[in-house]
Write a protein that binds this ligand. Structure first.
Ligand SMILES: Cc1ncc(C[n+]2csc(CCOP(=O)(O)OP(=O)(O)O)c2C)c(N)n1
Ligand code: SF4
Ligand SMILES: [Mg+2]
Length: 319
């Protein structure tokens, strides 16, 4: 091996640091829960040694959707509600990439709801993080589908008239669902564990993260942030474990087996106390990219012959 290639090899093998994944300076408000989510994914990338050139963060539009700008990986800040189809296209064309999606409650559960339902059914190997602050943040405080009944906002000045849509029960109700979890931005240790488990699951991993927006709905999660007994920590050898240090604070613990769909649906319906952990996991559901043999279809020769075939359709051969 030449000196240059030895150096390159060494560089390649060098463990990466957090700084290797830190992109632009975050422009979120002080105290915004998106900061904790960013830290969790940067830690995950570092700990798993993900190659930046093999990793892509895809988003729609919203405060939360700014996350790809703050990663030093590939990123695609997409169109409102369309993060999932963009991510699916990337995964189908390049199944070798680590594909993450950051989407807001408006982005995913309102304008993007149709894509959300079908993405669950396609079960592609993508890690989806729903930043659920119960409000449209970027457009300055309109009610979202997950806003609790009575939420006062610019579009609902007398308080919202409908009860909140529950992204966990919706996801659990769709065919081929394979991974559903819930985390909160204010318990970083379990947030990290859950995001890490979601990344390691092969399939569509859906993590709803309750995220504080101090700018527009400062009181939304206050009772739960200040009273650890109002949190329900779900533990299981196939789920997450709560460390001894965390157990001293969060004493409300329940064993939940993530293979139990009926119980997962019951737990998903609880909103007080807030359940934190892995609700459901099934590693046996096939991924769409495997069914389509993606990758194998994308050889240079395959692309060339498909193109030739298309051109030939329009060729006028001399008589
Ligand atoms: C097609 C389209 N419709 C509406 C908008 C305006 N818009 C931008 S972000 C947003 C909602 C953002 O809320 P959410 O997805 O919850 O993200 P957050 O800002 O709370 O993180 C809306 C309605 C847009 N950019 N494009
Ligand atoms: S408006 Fe809310 S969601 Fe947006 S950056 Fe500020 S605190 Fe975060
Ligand atoms: Mg939102």
């Amino acid at each position: 091996m030449s000196t240059a290639s030895t150096c390159l090899h060494h560089l390649f093998e060098e463990p990466r640091s957090l700084e290797d994944y830190q992109g632009g300076v975050p422009r979120w408000c002080k105290g915004c829960g998106d900061n904790a989510i960013l830290t969790a994914v940067q830690r995950l990338c570092r700990d798993e040694g993900l190659k930046p050139e093999k990793t892509v963060f895809v988003s729609g539009i919203g405060c939360s959707s700014r996350l790809p700008h703050y990663m030093k990986t590939y990123g695609f800040h997409g169109i409102h509600g369309r993060a999932l189809p963009i991510a699916e296209g990337i995964k189908l064309a390049r199944p070798d990439l680590n594909v993450f999606v950051n989407t807001g409650d408006g982005d995913c559960c309102s304008i993007g709801a149709a894509h959300w339902i079908h993405a669950i059914r396609y079960n592609m190997n993508i890690t989806v993080l729903l930043h659920d602050n119960h409000i449209y943040g970027l457009t300055k405080k309109q009610a979202s589908p997950t806003s609790p009944l009575g939420t006062k906002s610019n579009t609902t000045p007398r308080g919202s008239y409908l009860g909140a849509l529950n992204p966990l029960t919706v996801t659990l109700g769709v065919q081929n669902v394979s991974f559903v979890a819930q985390a909160v931005d204010w318990i970083p240790e379990s947030l990290y564990q859950i995001v890490s488990a979601a990344f390691k699951h092969r399939g569509f991993s859906f993590v709803r993260i309750l995220q504080r927006c101090p700018e527009f709905v400062g009181n939304m999660f206050e009772p739960w942030v200040h009273d650890p007994q109002k949190m329900l920590m779900l533990t299981h050898p196939d789920g997450i474990r709560v460390s001894a240090a965390l157990q001293k604070i969060y004493r409300n613990e329940q064993v939940h087996d993530p293979s139990n769909m009926d119980r997962a649906r019951e737990v998903a319906s609880i909103d007080d106390p807030i359940p934190v952990g892995i609700l459901y996991r099934n590693g046996e559901v096939p991924c769409y990219e495997d069914l389509r043999h993606a990758g194998a279809l994308r050889t240079a020769e395959g692309i060339r012959s498909t193109l030739e075939g298309e051109f030939d359709k329009f060729t006028v051969w001399p008589q």
